[in-house]
Design a protein around this ligand. Structure first.
Ligand code: BG6
Length: 514
């Protein structure tokens, strides 16, 4: 239960883009869960805003179907009825000023009806296409919904969904548009990866334990690999959007670089939004390509062809619904990057993400250096086949999803009369230990906005730095660049990605999810 914070407070949440997929799949379920657990009280209205004409009742019943599914239990159903009575719908054409004036009036009426305190913040969630963000904030401003006095400015918080721009220039324009009407403190740029429980644990694991942090630097670490692999393709008609985006913009520029920041940043002086984001920013400023000769030597792209994923046939990307049949959009990207600072100079960071890979898995694997002397190497023969078996380097893996876990691989002596080496793992699995459901990313992040905590949101300078880093790669690929290599669906990506590592005698870790 929510007795540790917020109980008793009330907040109005307005969702722009209420007819969209995100609202039904993520936002309403998260708000419902927060209400159910007592984090949002009965004076907290949720107002869906979109262009189509719809009654409150229609909106509620559409949401009910997608949130509760076919046969909810009685308790869930009762909780939903209670929550749904506070869900409203208002039609707004985002380009029409008068509609915002009507929205403001309506919002006040709903708040009066529910008894929402006038000094509580309103949260506006922009879940629309990014091209409408400008209209939306101008409209809010014109209707007087953005408080101007400094002391009251915190009464409006605007959450902005990704994609935040398609490159550096467009992200700068978007920032300017938002900043015309809002202060930086009022803007919450969401990256749902930061809301994942295991992602938040990266900082606690690093800075809440004394034994790991002294090892995380160039003296002990050989390389770090960050993998965000997905087995899905373009389900749900996503091909249209995806073909304007690709793996670099869709996942690497945001989720993967955020994971890199968390595993690579220095400890903040305080565990507070500004200090943490300052440290992430320093890391992004120190980010360098892993090879200075040419982009093609450190950034690799690929696209899936047909293949088998989980033993099921999968079509090629170019055969997917709404994808042009000659598309050159990348569905896979791998990079070798380095962080040019005192802690990490010379340590390769290998990043990769892609669709239609063998499994869905997100992990950070820290590979330590080999022992300086291999005292325990033995030759093991099986028939005519003999292998040299030596102690393998230690590996610390933070598995973000699925089966959230942390494990440490080390060498041990196999029982017997000889010194034979066997790699084993010590592991910690969240589910085994906590025996509880991990809160969803949107639940956590929405609650943070309601609480006014921006720690897990991306600040504008962070976001622009991330775009600045990937921009030259986008340019290179958009102007032709190195050819796009096809990989069969259900494999770990193009051969060129393996060469990124094999040139230096390294290999990608093959994640196994049991
Ligand atoms: C989204 C991307 O931001 O993240 C999707 O747009 C991707 O393409 C998704 O599938 C992955 O998120 P998760 O939480 O399923 O790992």
């Amino acid at each position: 239960m929510a007795s540790d914070y917020l109980t008793g407070e009330d907040t109005t949440v307005l969702i722009f883009g209420a007819s969209g997929d995100l609202t039904a799949r993520k936002l309403i379920p998260a708000l419902f869960e927060l209400s159910r657990q007592g984090f949002l009280n009965s004076k907290s209205p949720v107002i869906g805003v979109a262009r189509r004409e719809k009654t409150d009742e229609q909106f509620r019943s559409e949401l009910r179907a997608s949130v509760l599914g076919e046969s909810p239990d009685a308790e869930t159903e009762a909780a939903w009825e209670q929550f749904a009575s506070r869900v409203f719908y208002r039609r707004v054409d985002l380009g029409v000023e008068a509609d915002y004036v009507a929205l403001e009036k309506s919002t006040r009426e709903i708040e009066t009806q529910l008894g929402t305190s006038a000094d509580r913040p309103r949260v506006v969630y922009l879940a629309t296409a990014p091209s409408l963000f400008d209209d939306a904030v101008r409209g809010l401003d014109a209707a007087g919904m953005i408080p101007k006095e400094r002391q009251k400015s915190d009464r409006l918080r605007v959450v902005v969904e990704k994609p935040f721009g398609t490159d550096l220039a467009s992200a700068e324009v978007l920032n300017e548009q938002l900043n015309n009407c809002l202060t930086e403190d009022q803007i919450y740029r969401i990256d749902h990866y930061l809301g994942k429980e295991t992602v938040q644990n990266i900082l606690l694991f690093r800075f809440g334990n004394a034994i790991f942090e002294p090892l995380l630097n160039r003296n002990h670490v050989d390389n770090i690999q960050i993998t965000v692999a997905e087995s899905i393709g373009m389900e749900g008609g996503r091909g249209g959007y995806y073909d304007t985006s690709g793996a670099l913009r869709d996942v690497l520029q945001n989720h993967v670089l955020q994971l890199l920041c968390l595993i690579g940043m220095d400890p903040p002086a305080l565990f507070q939004a500004r200090e943490i984001r300052d440290e992430k920013m320093k890391l992004l400023q120190a980010l360098r390509p892993g090879n200075s000769e040419s982009i093609d030597r450190w950034a690799i792209r690929g696209q899936y062809g047909e293949g088998l994923v989980n033993k099921q046939p999968a079509c090629a990307y170019r055969e997917e619904d709404r994808v042009p049949d000659k598309s050159n959009r990348e569905t896979y990207v791998a990079m070798h990057v380095e962080i040019d600072n005192w802690r990490w100079a010379g340590v390769p960071f290998y990043l990769r993400t892609g669709k239609r890979l063998p499994q869905r898995v997100t992990e950070i694997a820290i590979q330590f250096k080999s022992p300086p002397l291999n005292l325990f190497s033995t030759v093991e023969c099986d028939g005519d086949l003999c292998n040299l078996v030596e102690a393998r380097p230690n590996q610390l893996v933070l598995r973000i999803q699925p089966n959230e876990a942390i494990f440490l691989r080390f060498s041990t002596k196999r029982p017997g009369m000889q010194y034979q080496v066997e790699p084993v793992a010590m592991d910690f699995e969240y589910e085994d230990h906590f025996k509880t459901h991990l809160p969803g990313a949107y639940e956590r992040l929405l609650l943070d906005v309601i609480r006014g905590d921006s720690t897990l949101f991306t600040r504008s300078d962070e976001l622009l730095s991330a775009w600045k880093f990937v921009d030259p790669v986008l340019d290179r690929w958009e102007s032709g660049g190195a050819g796009l290599e096809l990989y069969p669906a259900g494999t770990w990506g193009p051969a060129a990605a393996d060469r990124l590592l094999s040139e230096t005698g390294r290999r990608w870790r093959e994640p196994t999810v049991d």
